[in-house]
Write a protein that binds this ligand. Structure first.
Ligand code: CA
Length: 440
């Protein structure tokens, strides 16, 4: 999937941003987060406890401590000097390919170059390879709850899609029976045959489903090199259950493609066997680093405190006990950081934070193509409230932030998803219904 190698990255000093105010966190979002219910296959296979952690692990120190003194990206103070290089600056252009989408949320490319796009209202569509038209609506998607930030959310292809054309989708699942009125994040899959999903089954359900909350579904998916699937799960606005390993609220889970539980998960005492990590708030971006194999996740803070994390097995990321952000209603600034802000040693420090103003991160990829050589190995993610595309340059070990750049703010778009196309360009989805190509 995203395993192409990349070389040394170069960032010109001019790329460092003087950021202007980015808006207010996830409070204005129309489409994130969700609830929880049954951990479908979780009871089977009480997974072995062997901790097969990814190669990357947090160093325990964020790249910077938020200062709260300005709206600049204060959490990356004094970035390490950019490596010297002679590559020309990147001068990307944006081309709007499509304006007809309805709250698009997730996207992936089919082997023939067409795009599968989820729309939050519950439809999965296939776009033509040029992105300019909706070629078909895929049948077979189960009913979704569209309350609040819920709906049909992320979509990824099976690592062996050419042989076994499974499509995996995450969604806000409405409860039935004793769970009527409740909603939880779930993952389903179906084989894509023509324009229909066949043999559709729900392979994972968050536990428990939650009533009266339309927020914090999490719900991004990323395949690991061993073909197990990571799924990020928000805490559904419930707070403390993010620390309760008996639930899958505020967690990252790792499952097999059929929903069974692989060996190597965290297996905390009394915990759910699907758990990989916990203490998350609303993780809305996830990608596996193409060289280190580590899982990287971004998540929404409350007022400030958005995080970029390397997520290791058994890791506790602190929510709701600590955050570099503040409780809603508190004056913004260092003084109100939840739990004092600092995570270590009790919890894992984020690699990077966004303070004092949340940008509301959405989607996450590592750029591995050659169209923009200066961007190879960089992280890209969208911002909702922060209406931009963020680029984060890592050190040569792929472990720490050395610089960040806010791109395309002039578009004024809430960017929900970013993917790298087979042509090496970036493709963005916006809440306003646009597909945008980033090209040279
Ligand atoms: Ca945290």
């Amino acid at each position: 999937m995203r395993h192409a190698r990349f070389g040394r990255t170069v960032l010109l000093a001019s790329c460092l941003v003087a950021l202007t105010a980015c808006g207010g966190g996830d409070t204005t979002q129309t489409g994130d987060g969700s609830a929880a219910t049954a951990d479908a296959a979780a009871t089977a296979a009480a997974a072995a406890a062997a901790a097969s952690s990814p190669t990357g692990s947090p160093t325990g120190t964020p790249t910077g401590t938020p200062t709260g003194t300005s709206s600049a990206p204060a959490s990356s103070p004094a970035p390490a000097p950019a490596p010297a290089g002679s590559l020309a600056p990147v001068a990307p252009k944006t081309v709007v390919l499509n304006t007809s989408l309805q709250s698009p949320w997730g996207m992936t490319f089919l082997p023939d170059g067409r795009m599968l796009v989820t729309q939050r209202g519950g439809s999965l569509v296939i776009l033509s390879a040029d992105g300019r038209s909706v070629a078909a609506t895929v049948s077979g998607v189960p009913a979704v709850s569209t309350a609040g930030q819920g709906g049909l959310l992320d979509v990824v292809l099976d690592p062996d899609f050419a042989a076994t054309p499974w499509v995996y989708f995450s969604f806000a699942e409405p409860g039935t029976g004793s769970e009527a009125g409740m909603v939880g994040t779930a993952v389903g899959r179906g084989r894509l045959v023509g324009t229909s999903l066949q043999d559709v089954a729900v392979i994972f359900r968050q536990v428990p489903k939650v009533a009266d909350s339309g927020v914090h579904f999490g719900s991004r998916m990323a395949f690991r090199s061993d073909k197990t699937l990571f799924v990020t799960l928000g805490e559904r606005g419930q707070g403390s259950p993010a620390q309760d390993v008996a639930t899958s609220l505020g967690k990252v889970v790792r499952i097999n493609r059929d929903g069974s539980i692989p060996a190597g998960n965290a297996s905390p005492p009394g915990g759910r066997p699907s758990l990989w990590s916990w203490g998350h708030r609303n993780p809305q971006g996830a990608a596996v680093h193409p060289e280190t194999g580590a899982l990287w996740v971004n998540e929404h803070g409350p007022q400030g405190g958005d995080e970029l994390n390397i997520v290791t097995v058994g890791g506790n990321y602190g929510w709701p006990n600590v955050s570099y952000g503040c409780q809603y209603g508190d004056p913004v600034g260092n003084g109100c950081a939840i739990g004092g802000g600092q995570h270590a040693p009790a919890y894992i420090e984020p690699i990077s934070t966004w303070t004092p103003t949340s940008v509301a991160p959405a989607g996450l990829i590592f750029y591995t193509a050659t169209k923009f050589p200066q961007w190879r190995g960089n992280i890209f993610f969208g911002a909702l409230a922060g209406t931009a595309l963020w680029r984060v340059q890592l050190d040569t070990a792929g472990r720490r932030e050395v610089a960040r750049e806010r791109l395309f703010a002039s578009l004024g778009e809430r960017i929900r998803e970013v993917q790298q196309g087979p042509d090496g360009y970036l493709y963005l989805l916006t809440d306003s219904g646009k597909l945008i190509q980033v090209r040279d």
